[in-house]
Design a protein around this ligand. Structure first.
Ligand code: PRP
Length: 216
């Protein structure tokens, strides 16, 4: 039997935007991913299968070769690094911004700003580059709660519509990066399975180009 090509997808909002794009590229899961408790899916393309993971696990699977290709947010690549990975394609989906945020007109009198984030490496680099002394506090979710509960003065988080910040009385402050989902490829697999991987990259990149052309 031929070894299947495995594509690791990021669950959640990214998955909802990935599936239509992959369908346009001719790659469709044979089961309904949304209603299934399975984590591994055969597709309409023989020998291509999908796994659905947390975003922060996608680079790990691809880096170790457990998956050949991945779909993951640029925020995750910035935070956890892209070592061992090629990043050949910006999918143009799940667009948002990585920003600092806090209460408007906050008067920071502390010598060290307290910043809550799940993107601790990005946050540390951002404040260091601005020469701001910051204590970075790692959280795993609900970042917006940290300033409300006086756990932190600011947060570093993803902002899409800005609704979550507004609903909690906060405002976006500094723009760190524009984010979208990227295709990543295991570097060794790119050499050893070049034909099949290039076929997937080309199909998906045609679908991305078609969307861009019809949006223009
Ligand atoms: C993200 C982010 C914000 C929210 C921003 O969380 O952490 O809470 O979306 O979106 P908005 O600007 O449109 O309000 P997500 O819902 O992805 O969940 P997570 O905290 O599990 O990452």
């Amino acid at each position: 039997m031929k070894q299947p090509l495995t594509i690791a997808l990021t669950k959640g909002r990214i998955l909802k935007e990935t599936l239509p794009l992959f369908a346009e590229a001719g790659i469709e899961p044979l089961d309904d991913i949304a209603s299934s408790r399975k984590l591994l899916f055969e597709t309409s393309v023989p020998d291509v299968r999908l796994v659905v993971l947390r975003g922060s696990d996608v680079p790990t699977y691809v880096r170790h070769g457990a998956a050949d290709i991945g779909v993951v947010g640029k925020d995750i690549l910035m935070e956890f690094g892209a070592e061992g990975l090629y990043e050949p394609l910006d999918l143009g989906i799940a667009r948002c911004r990585l920003m600092t945020a806090g209460f408007p007109n906050a008067n920071e009198s502390r010598p060290r700003l307290r910043v809550a984030s799940k993107f601790v490496n990005v946050a540390r680099a951002h404040y260091a580059a601005r020469g701001v002394q910051a204590e970075i506090i790692k959280l795993y979710g609900a970042m917006e709660l940290a300033p409300l509960m006086n756990l932190a003065d600011q947060i570093v988080d993803i902002v899409d519509t800005g609704n979550t910040l507004r609903a909690n009385g906060m405002v976006p402050l500094e723009h760190i990066a524009d984010i979208s989902s990227r295709l990543v490829v295991n570097k060794a697999a790119m050499r050893t399975r070049h034909n099949v991987i290039s076929g997937v990259i080309e199909a998906v990149s045609r679908a991305v180009a078609q969307r861009e052309a019809s949006a223009a």
